[in-house]
Each structure stands twice: as C-alpha cells, then as structure tokens.
Ligand binder design. Structure first.
Ligand code: 7TS
Length: 416
C-alpha cells in the first residue's frame, strides 16, 4: 500500500455509498435505471479518478521529463507518483520495474516482441492455455512466426478450470515462455499462478501473467505469485483507458532490447549508433500517457481507501447469487462453473443468439456483453459461437442481478 493510502482511513464497505462515488450509475438508459454488468470489458470510473484527471489537465499539465520549469516538474512528479502507486499496489520491489504502456495488449506485445525475439529459437515452445484472450495469443503467434518457435496449448476442463497436471503434461525442456491469464475474461476461472510459476521455472521458462481481469478481483502481489511478467490495463481497474502496466523483474527489463524507438528511451543518439536509457524509460518511447497514468494512480488510491477484502466478498456474493438464479430462467445455461472463480459469469439461452439477447436486455437498461469475448479458440473448445456475459464490479448489487433475471424472462418471451 502506498504511503499516502496508509495515511488515509479505510472506509467500511457499503455498496450504497460506493455507488454514490460513480456518477454514471445514477443515469438512466431507455428510460430505465442503468444496470451496468459489463465491468470486465471496462469498468466505470469513480469521481476521484475524474477529479484527479481534471485537476491534472486544468492546473498541472505539461509534458514530462523535459521541462526545466515548475509546471513540467509538477507533471513529472505526478506521473512518477502514479508509478510508485502501481508499484506498491502490486508489491513490486522497485519503481523501475513498472513500465507504463497503452494497455495490457500493448504490454504483452512488448514482452513478445522484445523478450520473445531475444530468447526464442526454432523449435522452442511457448505454452498458452485454451482460455486465453486474443491479446495473449496473437502476439505470441506473430513472434513464433518470426522465430520458428511453436505454440503449445494447455487444455481446460469441462467446468472451465485448468488442472496443474495438464500444465505438467505440456511444459517441458523446450518451453521458454509460459503465458496465461490470471483470471479468464469469459469463464471467470482463477488460475493457480504460483504452481504454474513453479512448473515454468523448473524448466528454466519465464511466466507472463495476463492480469487484465486478475488485477481487478485479486489482491495481487507479484513477488508472492512468483511470475516474471504481469500485464494489466487501467480501464478495468476503475481507471481511465489508454494506460496499462507491464511489471517485469528488473533483471529481465535490463537484458531486454527496446520495443519501440523514439524520444525518452535513449541515452545518446548519433546517426551511427544509439544507446538506451535504463528501464523503465527504455520501454516508454515518446510522450507517455501522462494524465491517464495519473488517473490510474487515483483509481489505486480510491481502491486503497476501501476495504478490499469486504469488496471481494461482496463480488463473490453477487457471483454466487447470479450462479444460483440464472439457471432458474428456462433455457439458461451457465458457461464456466469452476470452483475458484472471479465475478464473471457467461451464459447462453436456448433458442436465442447472445447478441439478440444483449440487445433485448439493453431495452431494460441491462448492459451485458455478448459475443466471443476476444476468445475465439475458447468458443471452439466450448462448442459455441458466442455467449452472453454478466460481470460484476464493486458497485453492483443483488438488486441488479434481480433486474437481469427479470429482463431475461422478458427476453425469453420476445426471442423464443
Ligand atoms: N486479457 C484479458 C484477460 C482481457 O480480459 C482483456 C480485455 C485483454 C487482455 C485486453 O485488454 P486491453 O485493455 O488491452 O484491450 N477484455 C475484454 C473483455 O472481456 N471484453 O472487452 C474487453
């Protein structure tokens, strides 16, 4: 926890109070109260984040790391303070291990293009799971094509869980990189990262964790997880979009070549040869996402100011309530029922395409995502083309699950 957050009192968790922090939640859509059940795609923002970004633009804005004037120093201090907030939030050992990126996708591409290109040789293996988001598949395919490496896939069980034994079957002496989601964005499954890290390290492979969903629902300690890279986006963590984080072990960042060239990432440039700044600057070419980083810092302060253990229990309660109520709607089937799950629930309704379902639910003010969720290989494994998905954040309520259920009954009448 950051020094600032430690000095702030932690509020007892009260969902009614939390909802008041998020201005958008009081609006209506189609004349109905907004029931926002799509936080896994992007979460809503608390007033604290909006205010911090307005303050940064209105009063403290200049480019960073260049100006000799007060305003630029102030913007630089704010930007670097956000990095320290991220460091403390994930318990990294040093600020220099925190690289700001555009998002999780950008962070994974960075690792694939830089670390992947550095280590992969023909025949080397990259191990993924069947439940990965395209952002944790396609960057590896691109680098596999360029290096001659091969992708191996760990299968999932029927309930959406992933057995450590299956990893043990696939990880071998040829494995160089293991890249897995912390939490599945479709199934909600929480993967056993510590055990996967042990298996990866036994053969000398490095483990990248796609923490896009994990950072939201778990209290992440990168040192305890034992992974080597952890990537996430700000916008799912109640922060703004256009900001993401790559955490990597210092020695890996020191050894890795730059991903992109430009200003900020260099030490000396001549037409003959250029040399690089130290990490994290080496990986932050160009003007960085200054205000989004400050907004992410504000989101972390906000989360540090509430009882996150109670918030996690609240989300779990919503998940279990939804898992109990959804199957009572005729024709509705749950997709993803692993024991260890975060508050993300996919489902289907017999005779209704998920897209049509989402459109009809929207008329009741209920926002759910429908489609392949950027996980087409997982859809193939599940034998469906798409699912509908309700995902719950700290601000959702049992009443909103009830609203979903009522809207599903109505949708059944329209669609079946
Ligand atoms: N990895 C996972 C597990 C994700 O859930 C997402 C986004 C990404 C990577 C990519 O994040 P980005 O911020 O770089 O785009 N997932 C979703 C989703 O489930 N619905 O919309 C976006």
């Amino acid at each position: 926890m950051s020094a600032l957050a430690r000095t702030l009192p932690i509020r007892a968790f009260d969902v009614a109070e939390i909802r008041m922090d998020f201005p958008i939640l009081s609006r209506q859509v189609h004349g109905k109260p907004l029931v926002f059940l799509d936080s896994a795609a992007s979460a809503q923002k608390p007033r604290a984040v909006l205010d911090a970004m307005t303050q940064a633009f209105e009063c403290e804005y200049a480019n960073v790391h260049r100006g000799a004037y007060w305003l630029s120093e102030k913007a630089t201090t704010n930007y670097e303070a956000a990095r320290e907030k991220v460091r403390a939030f994930i318990n990294a050992t040093s600020d220099s291990e925190i690289v700001f990126t555009k998002g999780a996708t950008d962070a994974i591409n960075l690792v694939a293009a830089s670390y992947g290109r550095m280590v992969l040789k023909p025949g080397d293996e990259i191990v993924l799971t069947a439940l990965e988001h395209h952002s944790n598949i396609v960057p590896w395919q691109l680098i596999a094509e360029q290096t001659g490496a091969v992708i191996k896939v760990v299968p999932i069980n029927a309930d959406g869980s992933v057995s450590v034994d299956r990893f043990a079957d696939v990880i071998c002496a040829k494995t160089r990189i293991v890249a897995v989601a912390h939490v599945s964005n479709v199934l909600g499954t929480v993967l056993p990262i510590e055990l996967i890290a042990q298996l990866s390290h036994k053969v000398g492979a490095k483990l990248l964790v796609d923490g896009c969903q994990g950072i939201v629902h778990e209290q992440v300690d990168v040192q305890a997880l034992g992974c080597d890279f952890y990537a996430f986006s700000g916008h799912k963590l109640y922060g703004p979009n256009a900001i993401g984080v790559l955490w990597a072990r210092a020695e890996l960042l020191a050894a890795m070549p730059p991903y992109q060239g430009g200003g900020e990432m260099i030490a000396i440039v001549t037409f003959e040869k250029s040399t690089w700044a130290e990490a994290p600057a080496k990986f932050e070419a160009g003007t960085p996402p200054i205000v989004p980083a400050i907004g992410l810092g504000a989101a972390i302060d906000y989360l540090n100011g509430i009882d996150r253990t109670a918030a996690a229990a609240h989300e779990r309660d919503l998940l279990h309530y939804a898992m109990a109520e959804l199957p009572k709607v005729p024709g509705v089937k749950l997709v993803g029922t692993a024991q260890n799950k975060a508050s993300v629930q996919s489902f289907t309704m017999d005779g209704a395409h998920p897209h049509d379902l989402a459109t009809v639910l929207d008329r009741s003010g209920v926002c759910v995502r429908a489609g392949h969720h950027c996980a087409q290989p997982l859809m193939d494994v599940l034998g469906v083309t798409a699912t509908a998905r309700a995902s719950f954040g700290i601000y959702n309520t049992r009443g909103e699950v009830d609203a979903l259920i009522v809207a599903l009954h109505k949708a059944r009448e329209v669609l079946q």
